[in-house]
Design a protein. Structure first.
Length: 415
């Protein structure tokens, strides 16, 4: 559930009129709801309350420091995949001791930075990476806590680009070879083996693949115990889906409880890495209709938001709901493709949408809080959108709209 509601004919973000926000901050504009972010985080936290647990929000989903700060104030941990994400967490007041570092290609410099900042653990994805972390830790004369990301070969049943737990994906180590790799890790001078983790994909709408993966991981935990390797945590990754178009994913509490139930009898800390489930429905992208255009029988609503602002529809054919910010009783309903100004046929926010709109109206793309702004770019030299967070009746600009100068910042002409 989120706090974007219609009051009479107008869309509100908590107690702020979205029309007023657009007037104040311009469009395209990302608007996030603090109450929604907090509500989603608490749903995970509550569901796992009977066991030792840590919620490590996946920073890649939406990484503005105001968002990270709201979560840090709740006591959240963070799942990061780069030095830049760790720097953001620290800048936002997050605790590095609650950070797990995922990703297949950590550079030595990133490992050193994370060790220096004292992160909770590296989620290691290959033997080569184990060796690299050991080497960097040795050179700094520090221990490095590690967890192996295993690939359980479970089909998450999601879009191929966001499915990560199959054996032909680049992620993790094959679960069948895990015991011998753990033994090698345990023998390395500067590694401290702490846990195991797995992340099988994103936008999962059923609980079963998570439970199947967990079953396989728990078999490994038992095998490791028999081999004298005792773990202190299990990290079940992220991946819980959200309703974009009528999907009915399990509620975070149902999902987290199903996982927690399976963990009964294991003395392990449980780590979750949710990204989308916390942020997707906590944000919208507000855009203005510039022109309505008809080519033969096809109607287009040309808006000022584009694939550079929100690439999910173009990249994954993702469907996100598009609603008018103010209901327009005077406009006829037509079937539109909602497209941006970028010079690509793939530049659309939504296709075949029945909308009653006129030029100058505002539209809101729902469920845009995750993988929206973080995947945005300057393609076509478009300054990136502003970001705002609402908190009750208050709104706060949390990222300025980019200026023209920022487009060429750091560039130089030849002497
Ligand atoms: N942990 C790891 C190791 C991950 O790779 C991911 C996401 C997460 C946690 C968080 O997953 P979530 O709870 O958000 O599903 N750009 C795509 C999604 C890519 C997800 C990548 N990994 C999209 O817009 O659908």
């Amino acid at each position: 559930m989120d706090f974007f509601n219609r009051q009479n004919n107008s869309l509100y973000a908590e107690d702020c009129s979205v029309t007023e926000l657009a007037k104040t901050y311009g469009t395209p504009l990302y608007v996030y709801s603090r109450a929604t972010i907090e509500r989603h985080w608490h749903a995970f936290d509550q569901a796992a309350k009977d066991m030792k647990h840590l919620i490590c929000y996946a920073v890649k989903a939406s990484s503005n420091i105001a968002i990270l700060n709201v979560l840090a104030r709740l006591g959240s941990g963070f799942d990061i995949v780069s030095k830049g994400e760790l720097a953001r967490v620290i800048q936002a007041g997050g605790d590095p001791a609650k950070v797990v570092f995922s990703g297949v290609g950590k550079k030595a410099e990133e490992i050193a930075y994370a060790l220096e900042k004292g992160i909770h653990c590296f989620n290691v994805e290959s033997e080569a990476e184990l060796a690299r972390i050991n080497e960097v830790a040795a050179s700094m004369n520090m221990p490095a806590s590690i967890s192996m990301r295993v690939n359980p070969d479970v089909d998450a049943g999601t879009h191929p680009y966001i499915s990560t737990g199959l054996k032909d994906n680049k992620f993790g180590i094959p679960i069948d070879h895990a015991v011998e790799i753990y033994q090698k890790a345990a023998a390395m001078s500067h590694l401290v083996v702490k846990g195991v983790d797995c992340h099988i994909g994103s936008q999962l709408t059923e609980v079963q693949p998570f439970l199947d993966a967990l079953d396989r991981v728990l078999v490994l935990v038992d095998k490791l115990a028999d081999a004298g390797i005792k773990l202190s945590h299990i990290d079940v990754g992220g991946g819980l889906g959200v309703p974009y178009q009528g999907e009915q994913p399990p509620h975070p509490s149902e999902y987290a409880k199903a996982i927690a139930d399976k963990m009964q009898g294991y003395d392990l800390e449980l780590i979750y890495e949710p990204g989308r489930a916390i942020m997707a429905n906590a944000g919208i992208l507000v855009t203005e209709v510039e022109f309505l255009k008809t080519n033969q029988d096809k109607h287009f609503a040309i808006v000022d938001g584009a694939m550079n602002d929100l690439i999910r529809p173009a990249l994954y054919q993702a469907w996100q709901e598009i609603v008018p910010v103010e209901l327009n009783a005077n406009a006829p309903t037509q079937n539109y493709d909602v497209v941006g100004p970028v010079c690509e046929t793939g530049d659309f926010l939504g296709k075949n949408r029945d909308l009653a709109i006129a030029a100058g109206d505002l539209l809101a793309v729902r469920s845009a809080g995750a993988y929206g702004f973080t995947m945005s770019s300057n393609y076509n030299s478009r300054p990136r959108a502003a970001e705002v967070m609402v908190d009750g009746e208050q709104s706060h600009l949390i990222r300025q709209r980019e200026s023209l100068e920022s487009l060429w910042q750091g560039e130089a002409v030849l002497p």
